[in-house]
Design a protein around this ligand. Structure first.
Ligand SMILES: *[C@@H]1O[C@H](CO)[C@@H](O)[C@H](O)[C@H]1NC(C)=O
Ligand SMILES: *[C@@H]1O[C@H](CO)[C@@H](O)[C@H](O)[C@H]1NC(C)=O
Ligand SMILES: *[C@@H]1O[C@H](CO)[C@@H](O)[C@H](O)[C@H]1NC(C)=O
Ligand SMILES: *[C@@H]1O[C@H](CO)[C@@H](O)[C@H](O)[C@H]1NC(C)=O
Length: 264
């Protein structure tokens, strides 16, 4: 009897806990990954994204920021992501479609170094342009990734009435790939750097060479690759290396090369 009573209490508590779930689910009805430090969305609602939506960084010229803006605009316009769980929010066409995301960077000169400031704030009001402000270009790129995750569907919808402040907890966030034990074509390396970037990591540690193979073509020491690579079609030329480094910069990902000398 006593046990039965206890069980009932337990079941009631579980039912209450489950019933209260939708309330907390409302607050996080769109999951941004990785979770921003501050995500304030008091009344979850969404509106249409205008078919002429644009991202602009007024008066700011930066080759890698421009490249990231172009990439994200294209992603936003073509991906039409359908969330597995439909977001719990009020969709309304009574607020006008979102036309513009404005990007402001305070310091356009900060290089992509360890511990560079990657903080950003993103405000998407219910009316008027959305605002992304960041100290550096690299923080703006993290904010663009966040914004892209707040757009979904066909026709495109965008979360509005929200404010996000975010900054990474750790300066070094990366992935290591060993291309000495196994050769990976350049395209695979670029795809991996893209994945590093959408997860807001900032380092690609490229373990280029080791005793297993030496795929790096060093113009001053061509024998290293000629004798050390797995084959003439399994090399990284100076052009390949440059392409990988530039691709990394376009994605806010630092390439840290590791060159182990043969026999080490
Ligand atoms: C951009 O520069 C022009 C001309 O210098 C200026 O009139 C305009 O206010 C600037 N816009 C912003 C958003 O700073
Ligand atoms: C949608 O709006 C209605 C009426 O304003 C409100 O009662 C409800 O809580 C809102 N839903 C969400 C998910 O914000
Ligand atoms: C957008 O950000 C800029 C730069 O921080 C600021 O001057 C402007 O007032 C902001 N606009 C809105 C609508 O929040
Ligand atoms: C990064 O920049 C923001 C905005 O300028 C600033 O508030 C913050 O203190 C900076 N963070 C660090 C760790 O310097």
């Amino acid at each position: 009897m006593f046990l039965h009573f206890f069980n009932s209490i337990l079941i009631i508590s579980i039912v209450l806990a489950v019933l209260s779930l939708p309330i907390s689910a409302v607050e996080s009805s769109i999951q941004v990954w990785p979770k921003p430090r501050t995500f304030s969305w008091p009344q979850p609602q969404a509106t249409l994204l205008s078919s002429t939506f644009s991202i602009s960084a007024p008066n700011q010229t930066h080759i890698h920021l421009s490249s990231a803006i172009k990439r994200y605009l294209n992603l936003i316009q073509t991906e039409n992501h359908i969330p597995l769980v439909p977001p719990i929010l009020n969709f309304t066409t009574s607020t006008p479609p979102l036309q513009t995301l404005l990007v402001f960077v305070s310091d356009l000169t900060a290089p992509l170094h360890h511990n560079v400031n990657e903080s950003y704030t993103l405000t998407i009001p219910t009316r008027g342009p959305a605002n992304l402000t960041a100290e550096t270009v690299w923080g703006a790129m993290r904010g663009l990734e966040t914004f892209s995750q707040l757009v979904w569907g066909d026709p495109l919808r965008v979360a509005v009435g929200l404010y996000i402040w975010d900054a990474p907890l750790f300066g070094h966030r990366g992935v290591m790939l060993d291309t000495s034990r196994n050769y990976y074509p350049v395209e695979d390396i670029l795809r991996t750097i893209g994945a590093v970037s959408v997860n807001k990591m900032n380092v690609f540690h490229w373990h280029i060479t080791d005793s297993h193979s030496f795929p790096l073509l060093v113009p001053s020491e061509p024998d290293l690759a000629a004798k050390g690579s797995y084959g003439p079609d399994m090399l990284y030329t100076p052009d390949d290396v440059n392409k990988i480094v530039q691709f990394g910069l376009d994605h806010g990902v630092r390439i840290i090369p590791e060159i182990d000398s043969p026999g080490q």
